[in-house]
Design a protein around this ligand. Structure first.
Ligand code: XMP
Length: 305
């Protein structure tokens, strides 16, 4: 992509052509990719677009409120409370790839339901190039690609930013005057906190992951990581007050990257790391230990699952 404005124009034309005079639903996640895709689709088909945000219960703190604030300008914004359905579907699922498939399937079923309500035939998605490469290359099936169920009840899936890298999507966001907040937002995976709690997804682990994520975002913002995250990676022994506890181990990861395909673990000051540790262990009574991940990608991936 050379010129983000020219790209936006041709993407709008492409969406118009694909959807014709039909209707479409778009999945909003609050991330840059889906926000840019939604803006392009809204420009292309206006009120024939139904923007849908599914509250999966796997999102960060305040995510739903932020979505309402950011996308409230679009007519017909629909916020679906699917927390129970997602948690039920994930019960007992421990394998990372299976988690992604379960989540992919649960998402599509939500969109199908919304689509039926307005008789939409198309699903618009913010899939980007690395999502496809990593899914096709067998690294991870990103939930909006490899995680799709085989039978999808849509006439077509429209993916206007499918050839772009993350930094290019950000350029388009700026060209579209989307708030800096969105353009500069840290990437957040579609399956949300489900891939940041190892093994089975439980309400308890999600609560720890959410509390830790808030600390990480607040404390590391000034170091401008490409992406920073906290993951619940297991349990270990600790001492809290006068008691031995068997508490959660939280891993903190902060990386520098250009496009997420490779990444370097960020060198952070000891004081910063200690502050993060101290805030996370006090944010939740059942956290016994915080570790900082110094592994680059490769060999590790950015997310834990
Ligand atoms: P990994 O962990 O593969 O992450 O090194 C590279 C970038 O992709 C994000 N990621 C995902 N995004 N669905 C998404 O939409 C997924 O299943 C998924 N898995 C990882 C990750 O947050 C990082 O920015």
């Amino acid at each position: 992509m050379n010129d983000p404005e020219a790209f936006a124009e041709s993407a709008v034309a492409e969406i118009r052509e694909s959807v014709g005079d039909g209707r479409a639903v778009i999945a909003l996640s609050g991330g840059v990719d889906s926000s840019v895709t939604a803006a392009l689709a809204y420009e292309a088909i206006g009120d024939r677009l139904r923007p849908v945000y599914v509250d999966t219960g796997l999102m960060r703190a305040e995510e739903t409120t932020e979505i309402e604030a950011t996308f409230g300008y679009m007519e017909g914004l629909e916020i679906v409370d699917a927390r129970e359905r997602f948690l039920d579907a994930l019960a007992g699922v421990t394998d990372p790839e299976e988690k992604r498939h379960v989540i992919g399937e649960a998402f599509v079923r939500e969109f199908e339901r919304e689509a039926r309500a307005i008789e939409a035939d198309y699903l618009v998605q913010g899939t980007i190039y690395p999502d496809r490469i990593e899914s096709e290359g067998g690294i991870k099936s990103h939930h909006n690609v490899g995680g799709l169920p085989e039978r999808v009840d849509f006439e077509g899936i429209v993916e206007p930013v499918r050839e772009l890298y993350k930094d290019e999507v950000r350029e388009v966001a700026r060209a579209l005057d989307l708030e800096e907040l969105i353009a500069e937002r840290m990437p957040f995976p579609g399956p949300g906190l489900a891939v940041r709690v190892l093994g089975e997804v439980t309400e308890e682990k999600l609560e720890v992951a959410r509390a830790a994520d808030t600390v990480v975002r607040e404390e590391l913002e000034e170091h401008e990581p490409w992406q920073a995250l906290a993951a619940v990676i297991g349990k270990g022994t600790g001492v809290k007050g006068d008691n031995r506890v068997h508490g959660w181990i939280v891993a903190v990861r902060s990386v520098e990257s250009r496009d997420g395909m490779t990444a370097r673990a960020q060198e952070l000051p000891w004081e910063t790391l200690q502050r993060v540790q101290s805030r996370i262990t006090s944010a939740h009574p059942d956290v016994a230990r915080v570790v900082y991940d110094v592994t680059h990608k490769p060999p590790a991936t950015i997310e834990y699952e």
